[in-house]
Design a protein around this ligand. Sequence first.
Ligand SMILES: *[C@@H]1O[C@H](CO)[C@@H](O)[C@H](O)[C@H]1NC(C)=O
Ligand SMILES: *[C@@H]1O[C@H](CO)[C@@H](O)[C@H](O)[C@H]1NC(C)=O
Ligand SMILES: *[C@@H]1O[C@H](CO)[C@@H](O)[C@H](O)[C@H]1NC(C)=O
Ligand SMILES: *[C@@H]1O[C@H](CO)[C@@H](O)[C@H](O)[C@H]1NC(C)=O
Ligand SMILES: *[C@@H]1O[C@H](CO)[C@@H](O)[C@H](O)[C@H]1NC(C)=O
Ligand SMILES: *[C@@H]1O[C@H](CO)[C@@H](O)[C@H](O)[C@H]1NC(C)=O
Ligand SMILES: *[C@@H]1O[C@H](CO)[C@@H](O)[C@H](O)[C@H]1NC(C)=O
Length: 346
Amino acid sequence: MRSPLLFSVSLSLLPYLVDGSPTHRGGPLTWRDIRHLVTFGDSYTYVQGTRGHVNSTFIGDLQNLAFTPEQLLTDYIVQNQTGTAEGGPNWVEYLTGCGLKPGHTLPRTCDLQLWDFAFGGSDVSEEFEPLHHPYTVSYVNQVKQYIDYGHDKISYHGNREFLDSTLVAVWIGINDSGDSGKYNVSFPAWYANLTSTIFDSLSDMYALGYTQYMVLTLPPMNRRPGLWNSSDPVPSALQIEEWDTALNNSAKNFAAQHEKAEVRVYDAGAFLSGLLDEPDKYGFKITTDFCQAYDQPDIDTNYASYGCLPLWEYFWYNSGHMTTHVHKLLAADIKSFLQKPTLYGS
Ligand SMILES: *[C@@H]1O[C@H](CO)[C@@H](O)[C@H](O)[C@H]1NC(C)=O
Ligand SMILES: *[C@@H]1O[C@H](CO)[C@@H](O)[C@H](O)[C@H]1NC(C)=O
Ligand SMILES: *[C@@H]1O[C@H](CO)[C@@H](O)[C@H](O)[C@H]1NC(C)=O
Ligand SMILES: *[C@@H]1O[C@H](CO)[C@@H](O)[C@H](O)[C@H]1NC(C)=O
Ligand SMILES: *[C@@H]1O[C@H](CO)[C@@H](O)[C@H](O)[C@H]1NC(C)=O
Ligand SMILES: *[C@@H]1O[C@H](CO)[C@@H](O)[C@H](O)[C@H]1NC(C)=O
Ligand SMILES: *[C@@H]1O[C@H](CO)[C@@H](O)[C@H](O)[C@H]1NC(C)=O
């Protein structure tokens, strides 16, 4: 549920009310103006759709990028153990509340609609790394898929009020930083190229009238189970910092080149590292390992028979993904980040 008015925000941020719904009039969107989240990324962000590729996406795959408006509007977000890569709701579901309840949800029925084109196992583009599977939709192809088949229907033909109340959120690079970590390249230059490619796709969104963007920095991939005590993790802490530096620079460049763009960089890496640094404070008992039986159908009730604690008490769900508990905390922090207009923008 979203409160209709927040009196604590300064008057200059209060939007006008038209028919009871806030209308955004220029400047950065803050949390209460946001009615739709359009999102791109990888397994950290994807949600299972009834018309999606199993364990991968909300709709379609590389061989089936096209869909009709009717197919789109009858595609349900699935919330169950295999509906995300974390065994439960992920950050975009906690953030929007859309698809959070067990079972099936149509995005259009949500107060805050979630339109999720993320695909599990995605890298930015095949220009840089090979696809994980022949059916993987890279980030650049996700944006293309949205523009070619989703945008018109989802935005009510580019309706201004829709565009002005939509946040475009991107979390990508998690697989890129792992996949390319062993390449013999200059990482600052390589990441500058990769991250500017992220924003090239957002320029295509901008051309359609989207102005509100949020990109996330990398999670602490170097602290995953099996890597946290390695002397040579891939990606390394340095590579992660180099990626984030490149992402920040690309975000600033994009904002400078697109007059009406409002670009926020949310420092997911800093927040998640904070959880790992002080696990007790947040109720995590194990941060260096995961429950090997994480995907057993009865794991939620029968964890002890597998020699595990409740999954809620782990930071890591498996070797590459964080638990739904982490995603819930992350979404809450992003929500408070979005209360403030913190950005590189006009
Ligand atoms: C989907 O993921 C679940 C849980 O990891 C796994 O058991 C199942 O085999 C996967 N299905 C496919 C078709 O890959
Ligand atoms: C989750 O729901 C999907 C779609 O209804 C179904 O294919 C899948 O088997 C379900 N997974 C579990 C673990 O129940
Ligand atoms: C990247 O994607 C694959 C799916 O192809 C996944 O199994 C893997 O864990 C991901 N890598 C990381 C670092 O999360
Ligand atoms: C960026 O990457 C592309 C694709 O690999 C390559 O063709 C191009 O030369 C790179 N540019 C720079 C500046 O590294
Ligand atoms: C890495 O690339 C540099 C510059 O292109 C080259 O001099 C060096 O031999 C390469 N190292 C390896 C291990 O391939
Ligand atoms: C890292 O810790 C794990 C236990 O979590 C242990 O099995 C492994 O040997 C350790 N590796 C190193 C390099 O210390
Ligand atoms: C990138 O930007 C975020 C948000 O402003 C900031 O918290 C972070 O420290 C920056 N990262 C690097 C490596 O510059």
